[in-house]
Design a protein around this ligand. Structure first.
Ligand code: ACO
Length: 326
């Protein structure tokens, strides 16, 4: 039986650190409010001139080294992002160019915070169906370019970064054991960047009204996030024919520590087995999980044979869960 193994991972956070106190100088907020309501302490912001593809390039190069593969062994590039370099070409195309890769298929997927897990599920099926042997799946976001810096309800929640994984077909025990994903477009308006697409093309008015930024009904998003993250986690575990006790590490999407707490309570996973990185990164949308996965591996939190559960929830709404044996 062919399994999709994660051969290697890499991550990158831009140099500039923006602390809660830095935000408190710009909007009416405090370190205490942000920490107690979200668990966030700091986030990284990209430098002017850095594009989303530049972040992917950094993470991908580290993933290639970790995986022990040459870039020419990659058959497909998949990038998950809500902040592509351009409307077109895709960020994946720019990554291909910047890394000097072969003329392989390269493209973006848009599933907001779930985009890395959507990418893994897509990569898994491309490998299992024999379309590709080795795939680069990455997710990167420069959320600092799409936040409304005057809206304290949203601006403090986000950060920039990129994570990447090299997937390869394997005949061994390790690899993706189960997947679960879903979406509900009926709730799209609760978390949306309204302008810049065909529904509301860019105009002086859309810029003046800050319509090219994150618009979110935080309380509503919170409720759905808890329900869907635990649904994705519980069903991924069930589909792997495991129970929550068999999970060695849970890597949830990091949007809010309170969402994580509520999710693990419902999914019956102890906090000691849950990876937390939100304090250092804030919510990097789709980049959050691959960065956490890379850090967890490098910190030795994932050992050979471990069952790692991951689940995400994001704009769309979208959600996904996987169990991966390392
Ligand atoms: N500093 C100080 N006060 C604030 C801040 C801030 N940064 N932000 C909001 N407040 C105030 C509000 O104005 C409100 O004041 P009021 O009562 O006088 O009106 C008060 O704090 C309470 O606001 P709530 O919205 O009830 O606060 P809540 O405890 O719900 O926390 C939060 C808000 C953190 C946004 C929470 O709802 C949340 O995390 N939601 C989910 C966000 C999320 O998961 N997004 C994920 C997806 S992102 C993606 O897919 C790209």
């Amino acid at each position: 039986m062919i399994r999709t193994k994660i051969l290697g991972t890499g991550s990158y956070l831009p140099e500039k650190v923006m602390t809660n106190d830095d935000w408190a100088k710009l909007v009416d907020t405090t370190d205490e409010w942000i920490t107690s309501r979200t668990g966030i302490k700091e986030r990284h912001f990209a430098a002017p001139g850095q594009a989303t593809s530049d972040l992917v390039v950094e993470a991908a190069q580290k993933a290639f080294v970790d995986a022990g593969v040459d870039k020419d062994e990659i058959d497909i590039i998949i990038v998950g992002t809500v902040g592509a370099d351009n409307a077109y070409p895709s960020t994946g195309n720019w990554v291909q160019k910047k890394l000097g890769m072969k003329t392989i298929p390269s493209f973006d997927i848009s599933a907001a915070c779930s985009s890395f897990l959507y990418g893994l599920i897509l990569g898994d099926s491309l490998i299992k169906s024999g379309v590709a042997k080795t795939i680069l799946v990455s997710s990167a976001e420069i959320m600092s370019r799409i936040i409304n810096r005057e809206d304290r309800n949203t601006c403090v929640l986000f950060g920039d970064g990129a994570g990447a994984a090299v997937l390869r077909a394997s005949g061994g025990e390790e690899g993706i054991l189960s997947t679960y994903w879903g979406a509900d477009g009926n709730l799209g308006d609760l978390l949306i960047q309204p302008a810049g697409g065909s529904a509301m093309p860019a105009s002086r008015e859309t810029v003046d009204n800050k319509m090219h930024t994150v618009h979110m009904k935080g309380n509503e998003v919170f409720k759905h996030a808890v329900l869907r993250m635990q649904e994705a986690a519980v069903n991924a575990v069930k589909r792997a024919n495991l129970t929550s006790k068999d999970i060695d590490l849970f890597i949830p999407h990091q949007a809010n520590f309170r969402i994580i707490e509520a999710t693990i309570k419902r999914a019956k996973i102890p906090l000691e087995k849950t990876y937390i990185s939100i304090d250092k990164t804030a919510n990097m949308s789709g980049a959050t999980i691959p960065v956490a996965l890379d850090w967890a591996r490098r910190e030795g939190r994932i050992k050979p044979g471990d069952n790692v559960l991951t689940s995400a929830f994001g704009a769309g709404f979208t959600w996904a869960g996987l169990v991966i044996k390392f």
